[in-house]
Write a protein that binds this ligand. Structure first.
Ligand SMILES: Cc1cc2nc3c(=O)[nH]c(=O)nc-3n(C[C@H](O)[C@H](O)[C@H](O)COP(=O)(O)O)c2cc1C
Length: 324
């Protein structure tokens, strides 16, 4: 495996949009895992600043991510700023893989099927992220991780494979490394950390929730239509469910403003915006992304403790499996 991808602790923090900023990224990479930042919705100026922040604070590798359902507006700027690893999701990067590699960085793609993995491998990626349907956030897969991972390992050859979706415990980490993944990636677990940019009420909702309180749905489609997402079942979802999944203008509370951003911009019910620090309003009714691993999120911890505690638990669980 390329040295940049080989971390002392094979735990990667998922790029959870703007919630995964430089502070979280620095904490995870400094702790021996792989930190990341979701830069899809970040301005070019802020994205460059975030990359500089990380590089100033740690010499460890880290990853930046672009969901290709939107133009990767800051890609060249962050490569120029020295981002060492780039992951793409929600699309086939094709020529962008070479753009990344020509700048000296590594390129990976998140996939939700063996077919998607096959295309990414033909594009010449340096690593694959396999996302199972248990994942929080927007979900590319309709298959459970434990079914999908072996299918992809069969065709991935020497290309490192990172397993993600619903993972938030040491036992699960041991299980997926035991199945052959080179690393695991967790999103929801890291949203509920002190270094994430999530709204505190959202973090608390994650701590209280269990897997059966998540749903894979199309409910919060304003801002990103036709992209299934796993979220907490909340008042917005339950009113919509009770309406028989009414469409368009008939959706309950369709045009209601339920919160505002730090800058005072309105956030409407059914928007895909996750609750972040500085926002005000009805956080519970917003789009609270969560994977099924939320059952194992029982307290808000520092990201450093998450990396270290879960790794020591995984090592303990895997005695005899010979994965560490
Ligand atoms: C709040 C949130 C935001 C996310 N934003 C992104 C994103 O910007 N880009 C991306 O590729 N994946 C995104 N994801 C999906 C993660 O990359 C990853 O697949 C997922 O978190 C793994 O499942 P888990 O949450 O159960 O650990 C997001 C997930 C969450 C929970």
């Amino acid at each position: 495996m390329h040295p940049l991808l080989q971390r002392p602790i094979p735990i990667w923090q998922a790029p959870t949009g703007s919630i995964a900023g430089s502070r979280l990224c620095i904490a995870v990479s400094s702790a021996g895992g792989m930190g990341s930042m979701g830069l899809t919705w970040t301005s070019i100026e802020d994205a460059v600043l975030a990359v500089h922040n990380v590089r100033n604070e740690t010499a460890q590798p880290f990853m930046v991510n672009f969901a290709l359902a939107f133009p990767p507006q800051s890609l060249s700027a962050v490569l120029d700023a020295g981002a060492p690893i780039v992951s793409f999701s929600w699309g086939q990067p094709a020529g962008l893989v070479k753009t990344v590699q020509n700048s000296g960085a590594l390129a990976g793609v998140a996939v939700g099927s063996a077919k998607g993995a096959d295309i990414a491998l033909q594009d010449g990626v340096d690593f694959l992220v396999v996302q199972g349907c248990e994942a929080g956030g927007h979900v590319q897969s309709s298959t459970q991780l434990q079914t999908l991972l072996p299918q992809i390992l069969e065709i991935s050859g020497d290309i490192p494979v990172v397993a993600s979706g619903g993972i938030a415990s040491g036992a699960q980490i041991a299980k997926f490394l035991g199945l052959g993944a080179d690393a695991v990636m967790m999103g929801t677990r890291f949203v509920a950390t002190t270094e994430s940019r999530a709204h505190n009420d959202y973090r608390k909702l994650l701590v209280e929730a269990t897997a059966d309180k998540t749903v894979l749905t199309g409910c919060f489609d304003v801002g990103w239509p036709m992209a299934p997402h796993r979220v907490l079942r909340n008042s917005t979802f339950e009113a919509w469910e009770a309406s028989g999944y009414a469409s368009g203008e008939s959706r309950p509370g369709k045009n209601e403003i339920i919160a505002t951003t730090q800058g005072g911009c309105p956030i409407f019910r059914y928007e895909d915006t996750a609750p972040m620090e500085g926002m005000n309003g009805d956080v519970e009714a917003m789009c609270c992304y969560a994977g099924t691993g939320v059952s194992f999120v029982t307290e808000i911890l520092s990201a450093v403790d998450v990396v270290r505690d879960l790794w020591s638990s995984a090592v303990e669980q895997s005695k005899g499996l010979n994965i560490v």
